[in-house]
Design a binder for this molecule. Structure first.
Ligand SMILES: [Zn+2]
Length: 313
């Protein structure tokens, strides 16, 4: 970059310099405003996201706001509305990763950290903010069922982004095919309720919700799905600020779909290390992985469920 600037003279150079300065001074937290926190309100339907950027955030405000909007659009598209009326979103510029350390507090606040070298493309490819926003849309369970909360956010994030056109169906199934084996029980693992490794909590929980979605769709001829479960639980007050028991979620969820899928799957995978035949699952869904390239077989028996997951009903 430096070499390119050296040969620029006169007006062009000044214009570019001005543009750089403008970007610098309008950074979400510009150095000029070091002692201040910059706040922008993002409206999503009837909800407001109060975005607070601290002085260390290096990217310009419009870039940050566009990122917040993308995540909100994906989540809203899935749920039919943004999960809470008011959200405080605190963005800090001191992160170790480009985007990281997302934490959701109940139904009112999300903190996320951006790195010093974060680029626009990092925000364009980001999944973390969408993941955090989905925590707002599901009740808080006792700690041993973290897998159910984390797994749900992990499952819904790519699904919602695919439906919003932010992620391709191929990329979504590639992520599942490559990642979900990590969620299977390893030697010595117990069920999901009693194994607290990162793999089991995130990928194991993710697998629970994928299996639930597929089984509900298969058993009800696609009339019900995890979509209905989450939307209805949210509309009945089950947002991130509500403390529910596992039994409440399983019972309500099964009532909504008229099946026993959530309870049955929990019995299989929760108290004991149930094994899932992923190759059989991919075959029935019509997902084929050829050297890392995903192809779909629309003649597979559960292809309709696979298509509905990324298209919505
Ligand atoms: Zn999470």
């Amino acid at each position: 970059m430096k070499n390119r600037f050296k040969i620029m003279i006169g007006h062009r150079f000044t214009t570019i310099l001005t543009a750089i300065l403008l970007v610098f001074l309008t950074g979400c937290g510009s150095s000029r405003n070091r002692v201040h926190i910059k706040q922008e309100n993002v409206r999503v339907g009837d909800s407001i996201i109060h975005v607070n950027c601290d002085a260390n955030v290096v990217l310009p405000t419009p870039v940050v706001i566009a990122w917040v909007n993308r995540a909100a659009i994906a989540v809203t598209g899935y749920l039919g509305r943004f999960p809470v009326k008011d959200l405080q979103l605190n963005i800090y510029g001191d992160g170790d990763e480009a985007v990281g350390e997302g934490i959701t507090y109940g139904n009112r606040r999300i903190d996320v950290h951006l790195g010093k070298n974060v680029e626009v493309s990092d925000l364009n490819d980001d999944w973390i903010l969408t993941h955090e926003m989905f925590h707002l849309a599901f009740p808080t369970l006792p700690r041993r069922y973290s897998w159910m909360m984390e797994g749900l956010s992990d499952y819904l994030e790519p699904v919602a982004r695919a439906r919003a056109g932010q992620f391709t169906a191929q990329a979504l199934w590639k992520e599942f095919v490559e990642g979900l084996p990590e969620g299977l029980p390893a030697d010595g693992d117990q069920g999901l309720d009693n194994t607290f490794t990162r793999e089991r909590i995130y990928w194991g929980g993710d697998l629970y919700w994928l299996l639930a979605d597929v089984q509900i769709r298969v058993r009800t001829g696609n009339r019900h799905s995890v979509d209905d479960v989450i939307r209805t639980i949210l509309n009945q007050g089950g947002d991130g600020g509500a403390n529910w028991s596992l039994e409440q979620v399983l019972k309500r969820g099964d009532e909504i779909t008229g099946t026993s899928v959530l309870t049955d799957l929990h019995n299989e995978l929760g108290p004991k290390p149930g094994m899932t035949d992923l190759n059989e699952l991919w075959e029935k869904l019509g997902v084929k992985d050829t050297d890392g390239v995903i192809h779909f077989d629309n003649t597979a028996p559960w292809a309709f469920a696979r298509k509905a997951i990324t298209a919505g009903n």
